[in-house]
Structures are given as C-alpha cells and as structure tokens.
Design a protein around this ligand. Structure first.
Ligand SMILES: Nc1ncnc2c1ncn2[C@@H]1O[C@H](COP(=O)(O)OP(=O)(O)OP(=O)(O)O)[C@@H](O)[C@H]1O
Ligand SMILES: [Mg+2]
Length: 156
C-alpha cells in the first residue's frame, strides 16, 4: 500500500530521465528495493542504466536488459542487482530469484515489472511508475525506508 507519492515528474527526453536517476542515486542505501512499473518501452531499463552510471559504473561496462536472463549484478557503489520479472508467473517464482537475500547482502535491488510482487521481494519499495504518453514518472513509497528516501529525493 502506498503511503505517499509525488506528482508526475515530466520526462520529455532521455536527459530528463538521466537527471531523475542522478537525483535518486545518492539516497540509495544498501538493501533498498526499487520497483519500476509502467508500460512496455516506457523507460524502465533506460532509467536503470542511468542509475548504474550515477552509482559509478564505468561507461565501458554494459547494462543489458535482463528480460531473458532475469537478473544482472552490477559493480556499482553500492552494488546493484537488476531484475525483470515480466515473464514470471507468480510470487513463488519471484521468491526463487533470491532477491530478498541480495538485499540482505547489501545490494540495491531494481526490479522491472515488480509492483505485484513487492511483498515477495521483501517489501519497503521505492516505486517508480513510468508513463508513456506523455513520458513521465511518479515516485511512491511502500514502507519506512522508502518513505525516508522519497522525502530526501523530494528535498533535493
Ligand atoms: N525520457 C525518455 N525520452 C525519450 N526516450 C526515452 C526516454 N526514456 C527511455 N527512452 C527510450 O525508450 C525506449 C524504451 O526504453 P526501455 O527499454 O528503457 O523501456 P522499458 O520500460 O524497459 O521496456 P520493457 O517493458 O520492454 O522492458 C528506448 O529506446 C529508450 O532509449
Ligand atoms: Mg526493460
């Protein structure tokens, strides 16, 4: 259940999405869950790429879409696990990815299409809901650390 949310942040071009990622990145503590929702092609993977760069991943390290591979780990600071659960059927399959344990190990865990599975992912998510026409995003929080994160991003 969302405790609070922002207004829609317009993302008219790729630079705007990069700026949003740069704004959020400094506030991401190890173990934070970030869930990305929104239609096909709305910018979830692009945003994750920008987040990885903002968390120090060098340009020569690729950030491919995990649509088929399900989870990729990136040597960011803190480390980031990027998942796409579009193809999974239920919460049990999501639990089997072990992302909850990765949070405990200090990974920031970013999950495309993860909104129906927030509990299976350990809860307390920052939710970034992308829209396509026009392009934009709304931020919301489903728990205490995500709420603090949302406040910090708002004040930044
Ligand atoms: N703010 C933006 N303005 C213009 N183009 C953008 C923006 N954000 C992303 N794009 C472009 O939109 C396309 C689709 O983006 P992306 O692959 O990130 O979507 P997605 O939400 O991950 O899709 P899927 O649901 O298939 O995983 C890419 O070509 C990307 O460069
Ligand atoms: Mg994607």
């Amino acid at each position: 259940m969302n405790q609070e949310s922002t207004n829609v942040i317009p993302l008219p071009d790729k630079l705007a999405t990069k700026r949003l990622a740069r704004r959020i990145a400094p506030h991401l503590a190890p173990g934070q869950l970030v869930v990305l929702s929104g239609p096909l092609g709305s910018g979830k993977t692009f945003f994750t790429r920008a987040l990885c760069r903002a968390l120090g991943l060098p340009e020569e390290r690729r950030v491919p879409s995990p649509t088929f591979t399900l989870v990729h780990e990136h040597a960011t600071q803190p480390p980031l696990a990027h998942a796409d659960v579009y193809r999974l059927k239920d919460a049990r399959e999501v639990e089997q990815l072990g992302l909850d344990a990765q949070r405990e190990d200090g990974f920031v865990v970013v999950v495309e299409w993860g909104e129906p599975y927030i509990d299976a992912l350990g809860g307390d998510a920052l939710v970034v809901s992308f829209s396509l026409d026009p392009r934009g995003a709304r931020l919301s929080a489903t728990g205490p650390s995500a709420s603090k994160l949302l406040e910090a991003v708002r004040d930044s």
